[in-house]
Design a protein around this ligand. Structure first.
Ligand code: AMP
Ligand code: MN
Ligand code: MN
Ligand code: MN
Length: 282
């Protein structure tokens, strides 16, 4: 019998509906093969994969919780908020996400114009060929195009030399607010979780403000064990979770078999000192 903290819960990954390369069905099969017991598909700013993911999980005999990863702008930085246990038919959430996706096409065109200036032609059309969902063209799709064209060895290298602040192809963008994202998630019956806190280039004071404001708004969790954290960061964010009274979450952030360092479900357990966010669903 599993204790809650050692449940193989993977509550963060992406399908072709956002910037992953596998279908919801292929992800469910892969999750099952890797021993995942509780799974969530958390596409960026999109719920289009939820019905398929839920059905595929049932087929594979794994438990499913509906999810989403919302892009927000916090103090001029992009931060991601995961919503778990949401009702994917909630109209407020659907409309909020539609607004959040809205500027992506213009942003992509501006990115392509910048890349053209450094000699990379046709990246808008090129990135679009990789986007399974025309409403969700992301930097990841540009990164795949740049790798295919031989400008970079892999997507990791792209995100060092292009598409990030100070490099060609970076366009500042205003996403949803923290307040709206948490409100949409909670109104849709879900719980809000700060995604991969170790990835943000915020100062310690700004992180403190983020945790405090998120908590005030009713945010409940933070990701502690994620494919985006190093093992020492598991300890750092376990301590943050305890200090702020957040529940801990665990998720691979899997996007693609070749690009992702961490496969579905193949992560260390959540530290047993933490209350797992899935105690709310499982
Ligand atoms: P966007 O929402 O268009 O800004 O794209 C963000 C996505 O780019 C993230 O969800 C990741 O999938 C990907 N990404 C961002 N930074 C990196 C990185 N350093 N390495 C690999 N992928 C990254
Ligand atoms: Mn992504
Ligand atoms: Mn993210
Ligand atoms: Mn993600």
């Amino acid at each position: 019998m599993n204790t809650p903290s050692v449940l193989n819960a993977d509550l963060h990954c992406h399908s072709v509906v956002s910037d992953g390369t596998l279908s919801p069905e292929a992800l469910a099969e892969r999750a099952q093969l890797n021993g995942v017991q509780l799974w969530s598909l958390t596409d960026h700013d999109e719920l289009g994969g939820q019905v398929r993911a839920q059905a595929a999980a049932a087929q594979c005999g794994i438990d499913y919780v509906a999810g989403v990863e919302i892009s927000i702008t916090w103090l001029d930085h992009t931060v991601h908020i995961v919503g778990l246990g949401i009702d994917p038919t909630d109209l407020g959430l659907i409309e909020g996400l539609r607004q959040t996706r809205d500027g992506r096409r213009n942003r992509a065109q501006a990115m392509a114009e910048q890349l053209a200036k450094v000699g990379i032609a046709g990246s808008f059309e090129g990135a679009q060929l990789y986007a399974g969902n025309p409403e969700l063209i992301s930097r990841t799709h540009f990164a795949r195009f740049l790798v295919e064209q031989g400008f970079c060895r892999d997507t990791e290298t792209v995100f060092k030399n292009y598409l990030v602040a100070g490099k060609p192809g970076y366009v500042q963008h205003r996403w949803a607010t923290l307040e709206n994202a948490v409100h949409w998630i909670r109104s849709a019956g879900g719980v809000a979780v700060i995604a991969h806190p170790g990835r943000y280039h915020l100062t310690p004071l700004q992180m403190t403000e983020l945790y405090a404001r998120f908590k005030d708004l009713g945010g409940l969790g933070i990701e502690v064990v994620t494919g985006s954290h190093s093992p020492d960061q598991y300890q750092t964010y376990a301590k943050i979770a305890i200090d702020y009274g957040f529940m801990g979450s665990r998720g691979s952030d899997f996007h693609d078999p070749r690009e992702s360092h961490t496969d579905l479900g193949l992560l260390p357990n959540l530290p047993s000192s933490l209350k797992p966010i899935w105690s709310l669903f499982h």
